[in-house]
Design a protein. Structure first.
Lengths: 112, 110
């Protein structure tokens, strides 16, 4: 069990650029979640997958955000045309069905 | 999810028990109470969960009142490494799509 892995750990980008983050869940976990966290706030739910199916998306997930989990293993979160308001920590978590969530260390995005 | 209310911050002396309260007066009969914590610059970490009965594991104890309207997370012998934000969550679905509030900042002091 190597835990949930997220890459990169840090990303600095200019406004208007596209960015993509990757999450590798714990291998046998069939559920994968994306959260966003800004300073001083708790994590906010963005979306989750069960296997390769995206089952729920938050209203926070605007049209500029897209998440995929093509083979039910790793997942990517892409943000197009980044804005300064997108600056946040992006957290990934995985679970085995509805059991407890295991979180990665996150990707810290800074949009200049 | 049932709304949960936690104090914004608490202090605890090292080696003493830390008792973190949580109110969840609107909780329904099938909603569990989960506790996670988040140490600075890390993702949240699962601590414990329960439905009706008190629960204990290697990290903490969870005491749930008989009417289930509140609970207390107990760290029996707090250490400096327990300094973190502690989140109490009562998800609508068992373990699914956790909705985090602001949590309680616990500061353990020597």
């Amino acid at each position: 069990d190597t835990g949930v892995s997220q890459n990169p750990r840090h990303k600095i980008t200019k406004r208007g650029q596209n960015v993509t983050f990757r999450c590798d869940p714990i291998s046998e976990h069939n559920r994968l979640y994306w959260y966003r966290q800004t300073l001083g706030q708790g994590p906010e739910f963005l979306t989750y997958f069960q296997n390769e199916a995206q089952l729920e998306k938050s209203r926070l997930l605007s049209d500029r955000f897209s998440a995929e989990r093509p083979k039910g293993s790793f997942s990517t979160l892409e943000i197009q045309r980044t804005e300064q308001g997108d600056s946040a920590m992006y957290l990934c978590a995985s679970s085995l069905m509805s059991e407890k969530l295991f979180f990665g260390s996150g990707t810290q995005l800074s949009v200049l | 999810d049932a709304k949960t209310t936690q104090p914004p911050s608490m202090d605890c002396a090292e080696g003493r028990a830390a008792n973190l309260p949580c109110n969840h007066s609107t909780i329904s009969g099938n909603e569990y109470v989960y506790w996670y914590r988040q140490i600075h610059s890390q993702g949240p970490q699962y601590i414990i969960h329960g439905l009706k009965n008190n629960e204990t594991n290697e990290m903490a104890s969870l005491i749930i009142t008989e009417d289930r309207k509140s609970s207390t997370l107990i760290l029996p012998h707090a250490t400096l490494r327990d300094t973190a934000v502690y989140y109490c969550i009562a998800p609508r679905d068992y373990g699914n799509k956790l909705v985090f509030g602001a949590g309680t900042i616990l500061r353990v002091k020597s």
